[in-house]
Design a protein around this ligand. Structure first.
Ligand SMILES: Cc1ncc(COP(=O)(O)O)c(C=O)c1O
Ligand SMILES: C[C@@H](O)[C@H](N)C(=O)O
Length: 350
């Protein structure tokens, strides 16, 4: 019963087998091989347009280097107040961009509030020498708290960004989960709504270590080869990232894995919703569930082997948890089974 994070899951068998198959023989290094080119073409097909793709090792690298590529001296990137880039990346976005700053924007359900974004951007006029210059906006899809931006919501954030000619980045560490939750296509959920750059995550959805930066306008990608190499993120044996994506995309495996993962969270959501020993903290749509349970139920679950994290009560929801209760985060993955979910739900009823 492993619900701590999809980062705990292993690699899907098909991806592991493809890595093994690729491990023999020789191929040009540093992204110059045929398989690298094949995957770059595959990304263009998936997004229905010419894109530029850069493999990196982690989601943090994908986020930080994407934002670094559009920064300017005194630059400001606007993100949600609970965004991974501002809460969990140890200053990497600021570091790799040469000290650009992150400015938090509030919004309900883990999503940037458009009106608050407009107001924050207005605080940074183009000639604000001391205050800093608005340089980019970033949204997380699916968000850190398991919600997803609707297509119109993405379009609204993009329209605000575009008014000030600010590139819009999407942290897609759980991109496939959001696609399945919305029933959208990759193009509909990104460039067709005004997204300029994407951190495309494969690691949390069955890959061993496969992340990519995707630019929807190759002109914007001109500096990325140098930014990536300077950050020591250019894989010499890049074909092993390409091999993972090759299996990941083959026959739609990536979407099947996300569909399963979201489905296991659906099972959790239904079980918790029907329980009189727990309740959903807020509605979620991806592979993350946040629940309020009694501390005794949490203890029972942990004693029975369940792994999950307590989660900080959002500042905007001070009344969420009563005495004797705790807020927990449950994350499902491609490897989660119905037995895992049902076993956890039984702990709540114990
Ligand atoms: C929403 C989100 N973005 C980015 C990341 C960063 O990924 P990594 O831990 O691979 O740097 C994570 C990590 O799980 C995440 O949850
Ligand atoms: C904890 C957080 O940093 C990590 N990205 C996760 O989702 O598990």
């Amino acid at each position: 019963m492993f619900f701590a994070s999809d980062n705990w899951a292993g690699a899907h068998r098909s991806i592991a087998e493809r890595l093994l198959a690729e491990s023999a023989g020789f191929a040009p290094a540093y992204g110059a091989g045929d398989l690298d080119k094949k995957i770059e073409t595959r990304f263009c097909e998936i997004f229905e347009r010419e894109v530029s793709v850069f493999f990196v090792a982690t989601g943090t690298a994908a986020n930080s280097l994407s934002l670094a590529s559009v920064q300017r001296p005194g630059g400001i990137t606007f993100c949600h107040s609970e965004a991974h880039v501002i809460e969990d990346e140890c200053g990497a976005p600021e570091f790799f961009s040469g000290s650009a700053r992150l400015v938090a924007v509030d919004g309900e359900a883990g999503k940037i509030d458009p009106a608050k974004l407009s107001a924050k951007i207005a605080n940074f006029p183009e000639d604000a020498l001391r205050h800093g210059r608005a340089s980019a906006v970033t949204i997380t899809q699916a968000t850190e708290i398991g919600t997803v931006y609707s297509l119109p919501e993405i379009g609204e954030i993009a329209a605000i960004s575009r008014k000030r000619n600010l590139p819009l980045h999407m942290d897609g560490a759980r991109f496939a989960n959001a696609l399945i939750a919305l029933g959208a296509t990759p193009a509909e959920m990104t460039w067709k709504r005004g997204v300029d750059m994407l951190s495309f995550g494969g690691t949390k959805n069955g890959c061993w270590c496969a992340e990519a930066i995707v630019f929807f306008d190759p002109e914007r990608a001109r500096e990325m080869p140098f930014i990536r190499k300077r950050a020591a993120q250019l894989f010499s044996k890049s074909r092993f990232i390409a091999a993972q994506f090759d299996a990941y995309f083959e026959n739609g495996l990536w979407l099947d894995l996300a569909r399963h993962s979201n489905g296991m969270s659906d099972r959790l959501r239904a079980g918790i919703g029907a329980s009189n020993a727990a309740r959903l903290a807020w509605p979620t749509a991806s592979n993350e569930v946040f629940a309020v349970i009694s501390k005794s139920a949490a203890k029972t679950a942990e004693e029975r082997g369940a792994k999950f994290y307590a989660w900080p009560v959002p500042a905007a929801m001070p009344e969420l948890v009563a005495d004797g209760e705790t807020l927990i985060r449950l994350v499902t993955s491609f490897a989660t089974t119905e037995a895992d979910v049902d076993g956890f739900l039984k702990c709540l009823a114990a």
